[in-house]
Ligand binder design. Structure first.
Ligand code: SF4
Length: 197
């Protein structure tokens, strides 16, 4: 009880000391300085610790909102919208605003994982190995399934053995190139994208 009373007394004393009115009545400036509490006096700018700021583009969708990435000692501290961008004018949607969490998440996988046919475990592989394997399998599947003519003689030059599903970050130009390479180049018919602008 004694402790509670002391805490209460200390709090009231602290409040009276910190309250702007006594300071104003005591003749200090009636303006901002006297009105400033100890708490607000000790507040620091949110990004004061950052020693660099770089630019980036939100990785989530094809709107391509511009971002400012604040960092300290090379480690990102905060990511926010870049007000100079005509696309997002400093704003980010909730997904874009969560970019820092995605970037620093311990659950983020930043290595190539490969599970061989019939295997139950994932193995780590180099990125070059994965790219080469994808290229080889694409070529092999295309060669095995390519159809030049239908039984009725019509020329089709297509494969139904491979498909492409693009991600939301692909923009119009990238989708155009995908369509040219996969469709016109390899003869794939099943080409789709998650989102477009
Ligand atoms: S996910 Fe949101 S913040 Fe990111 S580019 Fe799309 S609209 Fe912009």
């Amino acid at each position: 009880m004694k402790k509670l009373r002391r805490t209460l007394t200390e709090r009231i004393a602290g409040f009276a000391k910190d309250w702007s009115l006594p300071r104003q009545l005591a003749g200090q400036s009636p303006y901002a300085e006297a009105a400033q509490s100890t708490l607000s006096k000790n507040l620091r700018p949110r990004l004061e610790e950052a020693d660099t700021v770089g630019t980036s583009i939100c990785p989530f969708c094809a709107v391509g909102c511009a971002q400012l990435v604040y960092a300290k000692n090379g480690r990102p501290l905060h990511i926010e919208g870049d007000p100079r961008s005509p696309v997002n004018q400093g704003t980010l949607c909730p997904k874009g605003a969560s970019t820092l969490g995605v970037l620093l998440s311990p659950q983020r996988i930043n290595k190539v994982l490969y599970r061989a046919p019939h295997a139950t475990e994932w193995d780590e592989r180099p990125l070059d190995w994965a790219m080469e394997r994808i290229a080889q399998l694409t070529k092999q599947t295309r060669d095995d399934t390519f159809v030049e003519r239908l039984p009725d003689g019509r020329t089709v030059n297509h494969t139904l053995g491979i498909g492409s599903l693009g991600g939301a970050t692909l923009d119009n130009e990238e989708n155009y190139l995908i369509k040219k390479l996969f469709g016109g180049g390899l003869g794939m018919l099943t080409i789709e994208n998650q989102a477009r602008i």
